[in-house]
Design a protein around this ligand. Sequence first.
Ligand code: FES
Ligand code: FES
Length: 166
Amino acid sequence: MSKTIRMIINGKKEVFHIGHDDGYGIIPDEETLCETLRERLNLTGTKLACGQGACGCCTVLMNDVAVPSCQILTAACDGADVVTIEGLHDPKTGELDPLQQAFIDKYAFQCGYCTPGIIMALKGLFINNPHPSREEIGEALSGNMCRCISQYHVFNAAELYMKQNA
Ligand code: FES
Ligand code: FES
């Protein structure tokens, strides 16, 4: 009997069945959450880079905690509430999340490949600690790599966000 996985992804109910058929909504038990998001739901804002839990590019929120989606099997996600970078904007107005806007205002990216993961890591931090110190921000981002070295601007964006949303 196949196992059913029910998740909320960006506010929408999704149902998958674990198995090895090729049918719609049927996924193998070795498929990662990152693959499901990108390849089945077309949520390609979640980036896949190292695939080994080392770079943070694939970070999403799961039950309000930032996690590397390349290290989580979709088969283990039953009941999870997942938010990706695509789920941050206001669904009614279409406006960006204030943290996304702060990244734009402070030019906190260059190529942008790492940016969704960094924003989701910070989002997880702010949900659980609305007024983090600079050290706590650094700690929250310690699993996120940026090859363009945009870190200083990322700190500026995080601090602007805190100032505007305190
Ligand atoms: S792609 Fe998941 S941590 Fe690098
Ligand atoms: S902005 Fe290019 S990898 Fe971070």
